[in-house]
Design a binder for this molecule. Structure first.
Ligand code: TUI
Length: 310
């Protein structure tokens, strides 16, 4: 049974579940699997060369005839080119992260792209509504990767009250209970990243998947609190060294040396010691590898029972 919300209507999808645009992780196989399962798959452009993003979009179209989106990471120096490729390739949905996508909004809107910025504050949500966003993802600091300061429980209802466009909740959501709770906070959909890291269709190295599956509630920590780029990862040698150096007052360039190419190391090479294991606090709840379809249907069944008191 499909479920109807403002987001399923806007995006023409069966279930109000959106996959996070995770750097290195969110490639065409995962995005297509989520879209084929009735959610919205997202290709994470991250820092990939623009032509690689174009290829990813084309490969995704070969694997699904369902809607899918692309995430533009705004710290990427190539973001201008990626923004244009999205229009050229006829992508229907864009999410953005780690910044303000204001300068691309007119171009995307003229091309009929639904723009859904990921925000970590009420102020940016309001600005994005004024700039013409179709919806926003309100992402709490339980999330993996680059995060803001406010928890999902506090952020989502405040964003819901501040804007009239639909709000998608993210951060700390990994099952039907989290989904139902997000609906109670006024969200029209959820975005999930961490649970999809361990999907069968995810190309993430088995070592990384195992770290997520074995993680507990307190396995993650936040690097970069002193540099202005806080990033949540599963604790390992890299995060310990990073945080130690931060406490010693290391400068940004010295810290950068530790993380250069470190996400690739973890995702592709399976180096869970020196690599960056971006993952959210919900890792402790993620206990097994499943197909995207199994995950999404399990979440929706559980949520339906909770929300309809079946
Ligand atoms: O973007 C994310 N999550 C990410 S991006 C990423 S790649 C990366 N790797 C290492 C260091 C930094 C980035 C990994 N994970 N989520 C959405 C998100 N956006 N979270 C927080 C924000 C955000 C933060 C500040 C959005 C806007 C902002 O400032 C807006 C402004 O006014 O400039």
């Amino acid at each position: 049974m499909e479920i109807k919300t403002k987001i399923t209507e806007l995006l023409n999808i069966k279930y109000p579940i959106i996959q996070g645009g995770m750097a290195w992780v969110a490639e065409h196989n995962l995005a297509a699997a989520v879209s084929n399962a009735g959610g919205l798959g997202i290709i994470g452009a991250a820092s990939a060369p623009p032509e690689v993003v174009r290829e990813e979009i084309r490969k995704c179209k070969e694997l699904t005839d369902k809607p899918f989106g692309v995430n533009v990471m705004l710290l990427n120096p190539n973001a201008d080119e990626v923004a244009k490729i999205i229009v050229e390739e006829g992508v229907k949905v864009v999410t953005t992260g780690a910044g303000n996508p204001g300068k691309y909004m007119d171009m995307w809107k003229e091309a009929g792209v639904a723009v859904i910025p990921v925000v970590a504050s009420v102020a940016l949500a309001k600005m994005m509504e004024r700039a013409g966003a179709s919806a926003v993802v309100a992402e709490g600091c339980e999330s993996g990767g680059h995060i803001g300061q406010t928890t999902t429980m506090s952020l989502v209802p405040q964003v819901v009250d501040a804007v009239s466009i639909p709000v998608i909740a993210a951060g700390g959501i990994g099952d039907g209970r989290g989904f139902a709770a997000a609906m109670m906070l006024g969200a029209e959909a959820v975005q999930m990243g961490t649970r999809f890291i361990v999907a069968n269709e995810s190309i993430v190295h088995e070592n990384y998947k195992k770290k997520v599956v074995q993680a507990s509630d307190i396995s993650s920590e936040v690097t970069g609190l002193t540099t202005g780029h806080p990033v949540r990862c599963i604790r390992n040698k890299m995060t310990k060294e990073y945080i130690k150096l931060e406490h010693e007052g290391a400068d940004f360039m010295e810290l950068e040396k530790l993380t250069l190419g470190s996400l690739r190391k973890a995702v592709i090479d399976g180096d869970v010691v020196n690599g960056t294991l971006m993952a959210g606090q919900i890792s402790g709840l993620v206990s097994k590898e499943q197909s995207c379809k199994e995950m999404i249907e399990e979440i929706m069944d559980q949520a339906r029972r909770l929300l309809c008191h079946e």
